[in-house]
Design a protein around this ligand. Structure first.
Ligand code: GAL
Length: 670
């Protein structure tokens, strides 16, 4: 898939803020030279440039940007052009306070910071449209410009009167009548019934905090406001040139908005990846970020862009470690292996002042092109050029799909049960993913929307699918009946899409599919002892255990301790032409590895490589090539049966060889 037809290449570059250096033309000239030397071919420009582009209301200054884009283009550097709506100029905040966000304690922010405007404000939407139209008219047909970068890391909610009105309007559209809304939110509890729409306010700090269904809807509404804001930007720029595609940069573990829903409003997904390497277990970190990449690929079921990453260190973590030698190439290649079309950075050049003056950059305050970081970046640029044959090639169709659903995430976090404020949905999902990732199995993520199609998968995994919509329960049923393998865990099928509990037993709609009914949910302390006894081994269980009642399933593993010791903890049941596993508790990684090892063998799941690899050496397939990655923190001896060419170095690879710490190879059969 080619999202940048004007420049069909892997993109390499990053956020470029020349508006911070307009009094230093020498620096701008030097930047183009340095970009060429670093094998950079594209930069993202204008992300926070509004105050330079419209210094006074209605007074536009595009000359500096004309010069920057022309100078870059002359140097062979392409441009991802941003709309500057991520931060507004001071004059706008002063003249139109409604553009400023209001928090859930009903305090309006003053001018400052960024990403804190009201996404509903008609004034802000009009100002953004005017700016976007002007930018598009000037640059949407410029040969250097290959994509739009809409706003920046869209986030948050606003509690201003305009948002409250929009919220009530959204609810009226959704529910039609107050009776329906009262039922959905179970408002007979604590005398919370509404008798007039005007009584309904957004949940939060000073108001309603105990109505789960309302909170879940508030998150859906916030997603909707953001999506319509973003789509209005897309409409504005594409009215001028419909062929120039739009992306918005997403974030990891981002809870505020439903990314499957939001992604529908952009042409291509991009994201900002900031793993904390060298701060504990790099294999676990790599498993987490592999999953993030696969999620980004999954939102639109197509390749994505890595829009930001740091070439060295960030400046906003408690401990800002440098990337150790090799890690920059390794982590960049990981993105590619999972479907990225780019490796981009925050930021090209360090600014002299303000909050990000010490954030890692390709070019440091010394302005040099002979630093360790610069060499690391150059090696990525060269690797991307060498890997260009993979550009049009995607990952092999996945046989495994994990269900990850935002409404479910919100519902879990608002439900007051189990481990309060510590249900760890994302991390638990990541553990299931990790077992498959370590085996080199490709995995897709899907949510529970009606458009989700499970039919092509061999294995569908539902970790903690607490909120189970009726239609999705039917889908899982049909999937299993038709020969699929389903794995459902504890805490699934408990509530409907409003967050209200299903009556008649959990997992809703799946008891006969699983051959098990979930009864009580036990929460255990870190010092409690519990385990899964499976094939003569005991695997540690933490946090949550569900007590099953058997309805025809076969017991594969049992609880080790306590009053439910000896009862089933892992079961299997045949349903139609398929089979359904039920895992009743949160089992440690080694336990999941054992479970998925057996399932992978049984289903003969396709893996990136057949060869057994040392612990922490991971193989990931893309376009038929195998990205071999060493996250183990040690030199590893690898033995391969086949012979390959490393596409990065062009060298032959076969037999037994050593992979250095943070080593990476891209193996093509040769
Ligand atoms: C991102 C943001 C960038 C920059 C970067 C620093 O979240 O989009 O503008 O602030 O973080 O790591």
């Amino acid at each position: 898939m080619n999202f940048t037809p004007r420049f069909p290449n892997f993109l390499h570059g990053g956020d470029y803020n020349p508006d911070q250096w307009l009094d230093r033309p020498d620096i701008l000239d030097r930047d183009v030279e340095l970009m060429q030397a670093a094998h950079v071919n594209c930069v993202s420009v204008g992300i926070f440039s509004w105050a330079r582009l419209e210094p006074e209301e209605g007074v536009y200054d595009f000359e500096w940007l004309d010069q920057v884009i022309d100078r870059l283009w002359k140097g062979g550097i392409h441009v991802i052009l941003a709309t500057p709506s991520g931060a507004r100029p001071a004059w706008m905040a002063q003249k139109y306070p409604e553009v400023l966000r209001v928090n859930d304690h009903y305090q309006r922010y003053h001018f400052g910071a960024r990403h804190n405007h009201c996404l509903t404000s008609p004034v802000y939407r009009r100002k953004v449209r005017e700016m976007d139209t002007k930018l598009a008219e000037r640059y949407a047909h410029h040969p250097a410009v290959i994509m739009w970068h809409l706003s920046n890391e869209l986030s948050g909610s606003c509690w201003c009167p305009l948002c409250q009105e929009a919220w009530r309007g959204w609810l009226k559209d959704k529910y039609g009548t107050l009776d329906k809304l009262n039922d959905a939110w179970w408002t007979s509890f604590w005398a919370h019934r509404y008798t007039d729409w005007s009584q309904v306010e957004a949940p939060g700090g000073l108001g309603e905090t105990s109505t789960n269904g309302m909170y879940i809807d508030w998150r859906r509404f916030s997603t909707h406001q953001c999506k319509t804001f973003m789509m209005a930007e897309r409409d504005a720029v594409q009215a001028v040139n419909p062929d120039l595609l739009c992306t918005a940069n997403l974030m990891e573990r981002f809870w505020d908005y439903d990314y499957f829903d939001l992604a529908e409003g952009m042409d291509v997904v991009s994201w900002d990846s900031y793993p904390e390497w060298h701060s504990g277990d790099d294999v676990a970190r790599a498993a987490e970020f592999a999953m993030n990449h696969d999620m980004m690929r999954s939102y639109k079921d197509q390749p994505f862009f890595l829009m930001e990453s740091t070439p060295s260190q960030v400046n906003w973590k408690p401990v800002n470690k440098l990337k150790r030698p090799g890690m920059h190439l390794l982590s960049s290649m990981q993105a590619l292996a999972h479907g990225s079309q780019s490796v981009m950075y925050f930021q090209w050049r360090k600014g002299r002042g303000a909050a990000e003056q010490f954030h890692g950059a390709v070019v440091d305050h010394d302005g040099r092109g002979d630093t360790r970081v610069f060499r690391d970046v150059t090696s990525v640029g060269k690797a991307l050029e060498a890997l260009q044959p993979l550009y049009g090639l995607e990952k092999r169709k996945a046989e495994v799909c994990i269900i990850y659903d935002w409404s479910n995430w919100w519902a879990i976090d608002y439900a007051q049960t189990g481990q309060k404020d510590n249900m760890k949905y994302f991390d638990s999902v990541n553990m299931h993913y990790r077992s498959l990732w370590e085996r080199g199995v490709n995995v897709d993520f899907r949510d529970t929307r009606d458009c989700t199609d499970l039919s092509g998968y061999k294995l569908v995994i539902c970790p903690m699918l607490f909120m189970l919509r009726e239609s999705f329960a039917r889908k899982l049923r049909a999937f299993t009946e038709n020969g699929g393998t389903l794995l459902v865990t504890y805490f699934s099928g408990v509530v409907d899409e409003t967050g209200n509990a299903w009556l008649g037993g959990a997992p809703y709609g799946l008891i006969d599919v699983l051959g098990v009914r979930a009864t009580e949910l036990d929460a255990i302390h870190p010092h409690d002892r519990q385990g899964l006894v499976l094939d003569g081994k005991t695997y540690k269980i933490t946090e949550l255990c569900e007590i099953p009642e058997m309805h025809g399933a076969q017991t594969l593993g049992t609880y080790a301790e306590d009053f439910y010791g000896g009862m089933a903890c892992l079961t299997k049941h045949t349903f139609g032409k398929g089979q359904a596993y039920y895992l009743a508790a949160k089992v440690e990684q080694a336990g999941l590895d054992a479970i998925y090892g057996a399932i992978a063998d049984e289903l003969a799941l396709t893996t990136a490589l057949q060869d057994a690899l040392p612990c922490g050496v991971i193989a990931t397939e893309r376009g038929g090539a195998v990205f071999l990655q060493n996250y183990s923190g040690a030199v590893q001896q690898v033995t391969l049966v086949g012979s390959y060419i490393d596409m990065i170095t062009g060298e032959k690879v076969s037999g037994t060889f050593e992979m250095p710490v943070n080593g990476v190879m891209v193996l093509a059969e040769g």
